[in-house]
Design a protein around this ligand. Structure first.
Ligand SMILES: [Zn+2]
Length: 63
């Protein structure tokens, strides 16, 4: 049964990557230390542990 779990694990991993990519598009917060983006504010960065999660500025198109 271990092979089944390995296969499921890969699918879950791919799903997580897709979700992360989609979330980054809509992220309102960013960790200045590691540039990780978050949809919700965190007290500290889950990625690097920094306590400085900052709201992102809306991106403006040049022109
Ligand atoms: Zn970070």
């Amino acid at each position: 049964m271990r092979e089944l779990f390995t296969k499921l694990g890969r699918q879950v991993e791919q799903f997580k990557q897709d979700v992360d990519a989609a979330a980054a598009e809509n992220a309102d917060y960013e960790c200045p230390a590691c540039k990780a983006r978050f949809v919700v504010d965190h007290e500290e960065c889950p990625n690097c542990g920094s306590a400085e999660i900052a709201p992102r500025e809306p991106t403006q198109e040049p022109g």
